[in-house]
Design a protein around this ligand. Sequence first.
Ligand SMILES: Cc1cc2nc3c(=O)[nH]c(=O)nc-3n(C[C@H](O)[C@H](O)[C@H](O)COP(=O)(O)OP(=O)(O)OC[C@H]3O[C@@H](n4cnc5c(N)ncnc54)[C@H](O)[C@@H]3O)c2cc1C
Length: 406
Amino acid sequence: MAQQVDFDIVVVGGRIVGLASAYKIQCNHPGISVALLEKEKQIASHQTGRNSCVIHSGLYYTPGSNKAKTCTKGRKELVAFAKEHNIPCDITGKIIVATHKKELPNLERIYNNGLANEVEGIEKIGPDQIKKIEPFCEGIAGLKVPCTGIIDFTEVAKKLASLIETKGQASKVFTSHEVLAFEKHDFHTKVLTNKTALRARYIINCAGLQCDRIARLDGVKAGMRIVPFRGDYYELTKDAAEKVKSLIYPVPNPAFPFLGVHFTRKINGSVECGPNAVFSFKREGYRKTDFNFRDTWDAMSYKGTWMLFLRHWKFGLGEYKRAFSKKLFLRQLQRLIPSLGADDIEPGSAGVRAQAVGRDGKPIDDFVVVRHGNSIHVLNAPSPAATASLAIGEHISQMAAEFFEL
Ligand SMILES: Cc1cc2nc3c(=O)[nH]c(=O)nc-3n(C[C@H](O)[C@H](O)[C@H](O)COP(=O)(O)OP(=O)(O)OC[C@H]3O[C@@H](n4cnc5c(N)ncnc54)[C@H](O)[C@@H]3O)c2cc1C
């Protein structure tokens, strides 16, 4: 006889990946009841509420990878979703700019990835075209990417949360509910939170910066750990913001999964520049001096973190210096816009990236989603997971249909 449960599925983590997954499951299986458990009270928290707000085109990612497959698909779906639900979104286009000869092979590699990933309309440009598009930017070569855009991911998250509850009569989004433990039974899992206990047939873990810990609670031996990397932003002053029309990116260093400090004109018209990438002593800490013993111990007692640090100490040191020196941060920005001065930038917000790192010290580049018994765990969903969220959600919905026999 089937056991009584409170919900068919519990999703842990109520931000863009968890919300998109619950939404897709609800659309594909309207009779299923889903409880989404989010430990924070407010919607604009952690990665989804603290990112660059860029709808990525899909041209950076290795052809055939999960990122490549979901970014282009997810982007198109996201833009249609924004249109349907009146969420402000602007397809501004962007340029990627090489400022040194040594960056040209990488620019070429990105261009070829873009072609392989079928990113629409990408074009090689020279110094004159760079200036025509962004008059204050200087570069020796570049790429024009017309399908990149901007959006407020918090608005998308809010809309998804309300749709989950309207589409699924028996579904519910619970905020201020932190998942603390799982109790496994033959036909269900009891999910213990700080407020209540819920019985569910299946679990989906989308806990972002905490996803490895939630996976461990479920007995998963993931072979990776989340190492948090903070990204600080500066903002251009109102006058200096005139120097940026839309989005200007450098050529990223392929050794790292970060895109480099860039300029982003946001939906509200302000221009952000950043983020850098420094190891964070607190997974959900947004100030430079934030510290958490458990988070630091977890990272420092892991062999992979030390191997990563040893391999990339020079890069790490440079990023640290820039985090504490406005002058050095500015120098990096001046590579793209030489006329920027110290008075043109003021400190802005910060975000922390959940970067999965393997035991060998290599950052795991691709999205990782695994099945473990009656659970699905999202173990690595860094950028462009916000852009790709609806496609990741569809993938998770298909996994749920197959493994949970929905
Ligand atoms: C600085 C920065 C810039 C970025 N820029 C972009 C960009 O421009 N474009 C793009 O596409 N992507 C970007 N990204 C990546 C993107 O923001 C993330 O990939 C995406 O937001 C991940 O969503 P998520 O739902 O997995 O994680 P999160 O948004 O971190 O959500 C996870 C949620 O799980 C909750 N949670 C954790 N533990 C528990 C628990 N025990 N119980 C209940 N709830 C729990 C947390 O409170 C959190 O709200 C950026 C990321 C950062 C940090």
